[in-house]
Design a protein around this ligand. Sequence first.
Ligand SMILES: C[S@@+](CC[C@H](N)C(=O)[O-])C[C@H]1O[C@@H](n2cnc3c(N)ncnc32)[C@H](O)[C@@H]1O
Length: 170
Amino acid sequence: MYKISNWVEYCVTSIPNKRGFALDLACGLGRHSIYLSYLGFKVLSVDINKDHLNSFSGTNIKKLLKDIENKENWPLTKIKFDIIVVTNFLNRSIFPLILNSLALGGFLIYETFSEGQQKIGKPKNPNFILQPKELLSLCSTTSLIAYEEICAINPSNHSFKQRIFSCNVR
Ligand SMILES: C[S@@+](CC[C@H](N)C(=O)[O-])C[C@H]1O[C@@H](n2cnc3c(N)ncnc32)[C@H](O)[C@@H]1O
């Protein structure tokens, strides 16, 4: 199994009640879906890539093959989630939809590439790279718990990231 993000682990560890509905958006090979399901969440794992979705399974994991960038097709209008996890994916225009899918008191855990990344590796497309403090402004309707703008030093893979942990209190 792929290693989970230490940000996701840190945030989830500090959530007292590890029950309820979790959404893993653009879930990839499901590393966070599997982690969340082990902890006791009922997980909805969404991705556009069928092979990615087919590559994993787990107790309490449901999978949905959808293009989450097609706003007309937003799959999650009827459900509110206690926790939403998004890692290594960015489409600025769907933030209002993501935040609207959080239950009252629900937690957002978001981590993706930030300014500087394009100089050391992929992605290079500015559409997929956050500007300084941009994640804070994209999530400004939620209540901030923790935020980082970092260069993660790792022997094989440095990366510039922004990471937020926030709560829907509205
Ligand atoms: C870099 S991977 C990250 C996967 C996972 N979140 C992780 O960190 O392990 C990006 C994922 O986003 C998915 N993706 C890209 N565009 C998408 C879209 N429009 N709708 C749904 N998923 C999408 C890709 O198929 C891929 O699995």
